[in-house]
Design a binder for this molecule. Sequence first.
Ligand code: BF8
Ligand code: SF4
Length: 630
Amino acid sequence: MGDFKLTTVEEFEAATDRLLETGAKVGADSWQLRVKRQTPHCKFGEEGTCCRICTMGPCRITPKAPRGICGCDVHGIVGRNYLRFTAGGSATHSDHGREICHTLHCTAPDGNYKVKDPEKLIRIAKEWGVETEGKDIYDLAHEMAELALLEYGKPFGTQRFLKRAPKHTQEIWAREGIEPRAIDREVATALHMTHMGCSSKPEALIRQALRCGLSDGWGGSMAGTEFSDVMFGTPKPIETEANLGVMNPDNVNIVVHGHDPSLSEMICEYADSKEMIDYAKSVGAKGITISGVCCTSNEVAMRRGIPMAGNFLQQENVVLTGCCEAIVVDVQCIFPALGPLSKCFHTKFITTSKIAQMPDSDFIHFEPETAGENAKAIIKMAIENFKNRKPELIYVPQMKQKATVGYSFEAIVKTLDTVANSHVDEFGTTKPLVECVNSGVLRGAVAMVGCNNPKIRPDQAHIELMKKLLANDIIVVASGCSAQAAAKAGLMDKEARNLCGAGLKRVCELADIPPVLHMGSCVDISRMMVLAAEIAKDSGWNISQIPLVGCAPEWMSEKAVSIGNYVVATGIDTYLGVEPYATGSTEVDNLLKGGLADWVEAKFTVEKDIDKLVDLMIERIEEKRVALGI
Ligand code: BF8
Ligand code: SF4
């Protein structure tokens, strides 16, 4: 086993405490302090029983006041709030996807953005019935970009990617009336339905939440993932490192944070140029280190092996190291706190998108047409900031783990194909994986996703859940901040296979994989949908029958609820460690945690006790095995 050892959450916390001491010296605020000031939280908000969608209110439901002024009951109010929450998430993911489609439209052989995976582009074009023969690849890229953009507003029909789902799943969506139409339409319908005096019937509201979620997972997010692969390359296994120790005090440190790979890819590209490295040396640095936070980090880690400095609740820590020259952000999950915090240090907080504009930041508008110049300007700004460091504030926790990442759907299929020798001739299917599950070498799989949330001890739930699953021969695929928690702990180091049960350990050895497979960012949960769909087709099982569940133990965002809705609507039971704001209505709560199964063959389970949560997932996986007779 060599000297491999997991990094513990206690060690993460000790490192954070040391950084917070630096913060205290300069009067910095932190989320740890703000949580104290914000708790206890408002009960009405937590239960979803406050309505403020018209100015006759706000109305709060209590035993004495069981209806709002308009007469809406608690079930209507909670259902509307849940749908609005979903619409926020779906809009956000999908708009990210739209940006990617726009960037695809800007690709040119001599431009900032190119087509790096032409085979994938052609594959999707054929799927969409677009003629590819004899066409210039850039003409095809532009045609596909336009078609993809039309998916957002097309007047008729449903999402093109739905055809990727097994027939049974497509039939369920049609039967339940939840096949997503144009992506923007599902968001607009959600907002329309929840306007004052429209829907107040929980069934109708939750049905639309599923539909709106599906327009994200099988629409906007899927477009984001697929066309990012076309432009930046489909991820393949690659070595990297994770945790704050990847920051190098001798170098100019640039941290990329957010979600859109169009920005981070360009920064990585130029930071690697001789011109920029020489410039960094001229100011006394040894070089340039790019590292990442949140999903943009996952994107560049998966494709370039760029190290991951941390996940969501670690974003302030990178500034607290005192050696972050610039934290460059695009959209989503960016703490506005980074503005004032950066002012306590020499750090430049650089915002780049009109979607995410924040006080106390330097705004450099990043656009596909001028991406190269923008990236250079940002890197130069960071380099020129190197001299402004305050040496007495520099402290980087020497903590990092090795990780093998880059397990796109394509990479998983290719890698696991090597496990079952009998199927070498069937390269390109999930059959070897199905065979491992069938024989019981693998008991099943869990898709671990989502954020950190101070309501749960950060990273602890992700890591402990994964450890127990691995010990029980359940393979884990992970994305988003969950994947980063795993990487920081060391669970994406191939050596971590020693923590697995005998079956999973054997699979990891034969396929030469870590036991937790990094599938990418949160939009890349669409990769997991494709994987589930292909497993269903190759096994003959329905998606809901596969010994597979989803889990977001520390989730916090609207995007996460949108994801939850499409994962469940795809037939995958989903386990949460944090309650959605829906417990105030028995009708909505019962629907989410029970009734949905009658519609889509899956439902939510919420359990705040993490030990119980993992046991429930293992039980469910074993139940599914029994039902399949395997
Ligand atoms: O989209 S897991 S904290 S970074 S919302 Fe955000 Fe949550 Fe992280 Fe990526 Ni996803
Ligand atoms: Fe109150 Fe009804 Fe207005 Fe909501 S819509 S704020 S419940 S009056």
